[in-house]
Design a binder for this molecule. Structure first.
Ligand code: NDP
Length: 453
């Protein structure tokens, strides 16, 4: 008989926790998983998946508009927010069911309750007072929207948690932030017909992205009628008869029906008993882990956003898998946190992998930059003026591609495959050798011949 009730106790049934629990159970571990909210975590319940469904909904607006250039006569389309939200909710419920079934099929026991760490091998369920001992504990509680920024009337702002359940489509929405969430929702609401304003404290949107990607999206959003207010913050929000009056740091006042704060996310470690159990946290409250996701308490591990390494679902899944392989599968596995393809599902979409131009210039003395900006074939008849941007960064010494960036339709799909090429160490010559698929936008990746001077 083991001295512990279970081999693994996972706190949090999101992407990282579920993967770790399933794989550990498949290796024969006795596993319990506690989840205080809904199985699936941020990504499935109130993140990537519902967001992408809303993104799809919003993009029909362009299609209806473009159709006229191809001979279609489209009667003025009507959109119903309630229908979309109900259908989205049904799909999320279906996915939650699948996640739950998969956990149970793997042999893990799901506990629908909050769990708190009490010591290196003990977890307590505050609702019942029940204690469970575990050989290993995995913290996979993810993140939550940051409380900041501070301004008078911030209680009137909603976060990305609530935005999925608005009663109706706001006529006017003001969004705080210039990151992933702010820009994805700006695109969603603009597509669905809201008047959108983005208020960002920085000089450009999307800090950390390639400079041209940032300015290109900014220009595209402005062209699409989204108001981009840079180097400004919110000073005050007050309820007025017809919505909210929002005063900015430049003294200007704006009205909106909804104020969405998308000013970052923070690790969800509050009240988890970690500090009391001796688990070291960093100054942002993230669990500090080593390359095997192990904390300073040898029996306690953490994966996903709660560790604030790379806050992306596929990374949490990798980390969960590597943890289970290492601890229960006798296969020591490290997770590589480099070369991460990623997409921002703004409209137009952004896809990136590798270094930005300024990062690449700092690392490579002989950097070659290849660039294509063009209107896609479809635009010839639709009349749409928006341009696609594609950029390849090549180390002139080794010919290796060190970065690829795109703003335009399906950039996320394209960058997934570029990620494969870059992971394999592709050179510009490899791209040049590859035959184009014609006519596509993607063929530009293999037909760019002259570096920008
Ligand atoms: P981000 O970190 O991407 O963006 C936060 C934004 O809020 C930044 O523009 C930041 O400005 C601004 N900000 C932060 N604090 C303040 C403040 N006090 N006052 C005013 N502005 C502030 O966070 P998100 O919330 O958009 O998303 C969280 C994470 O979730 C992302 O970083 C990403 O890892 C993940 N995610 C991934 C998605 C995807 O893969 N498609 C989609 C959604 C989320 P500044 O730049 O000046 O710091």
């Amino acid at each position: 008989m083991s001295q512990f009730d279970v081999d693994l106790f996972v706190i949090g049934a999101g992407s990282g926790g579920v993967r770790a629990a399933r794989v550990a159970a498949q290796y024969g571990a006795r596993v319990k998983v506690a989840e205080e909210f809904r199985v699936g975590g941020t990504c499935v319940i109130r993140g990537c998946v519902p967001k992408k469904l809303l993104v799809y909904a919003s993009r029909f607006a362009d299609e209806f508009e473009d159709a006229a250039g191809f001979g279609w006569e489209v009667p003025s389309p009507k959109f119903d927010w309630k229908t979309l939200i109900a259908r989205k909710d049904a799909e999320i419920a279906r996915l939650e069911g699948i996640y739950t079934t998969n956990l149970e099929r793997a042999g893990a026991e799901l506990i629908a309750a909050r769990a708190v760490v009490e010591g290196p091998h003990t977890v307590v369920l505050p609702a019942t007072g029940e204690r469970v001992t575990a050989r290993n504990i995995l913290i996979a509680t993810g993140g939550r929207p940051a409380d900041q920024p501070h301004f008078v009337g911030r209680e009137h702002a909603i976060s990305s948690n609530e935005v999925f359940h608005l009663e109706s489509l706001p006529e006017r929405i003001t969004i705080i932030g210039g990151g992933y969430i702010a820009l994805e929702f700006a695109g969603v609401f603009a597509g669905l017909g809201s008047k959108v304003s983005v208020v960002h404290r920085g000089p450009h949107l999307l800090r950390g992205f390639d400079e041209e990607v940032r300015t290109s999206l900014e220009a595209a959003y402005r062209e699409r009628g989204i108001e981009i207010l840079l180097e400004r913050t919110i000073e005050r929000a007050e309820k007025i008869q017809d919505g909210l009056r929002i005063t900015l740091s430049d003294g200007s006042a704006h009205e909106a029906d909804v104020l969405l704060s998308a000013a970052g996310r923070v690790p969800y470690t509050q009240g988890l008993g970690l500090a009391a159990s001796g688990v070291a946290l960093n100054d942002k409250g993230a669990v500090i882990v080593d390359e095997f996701s192990r904390t300073n308490v040898p029996s306690i591990f953490a994966v996903g956003d709660v560790t604030d390494r790379v806050n992306l679902t596929p990374m949490a899944i990798r980390e969960g898998q590597a943890f289970a392989d290492t601890v229960f599968g006798e296969r020591t596995t490290r997770v590589d946190h480099k070369l991460i393809p990623t997409a921002v599902f703004s409209t137009p979409e952004i896809g990136v992998v590798g270094l930005t131009e300024s990062e690449a210039r700092a690392q490579y003395a002989q950097l070659k930059v290849y660039k294509a900006t063009f209107r896609p074939l479809k635009a010839t008849l639709s009349g749409r003026q928006e341009k696609i941007l594609m950029k390849l960064l090549v180390d002139g010494v080794t010919d290796k591609i060190v970065g690829a960036h795109m703003v335009g339709d399906h950039a996320g799909e394209q960058v997934q495959l570029l990620g494969v090429a870059l992971s394999m160490g592709a050179t510009k010559a490899d791209f040049d050798r590859t035959l184009a698929v014609h006519p596509t936008a993607a063929e530009e990746w293999v037909t760019m011949r002259t570096p920008v001077p």
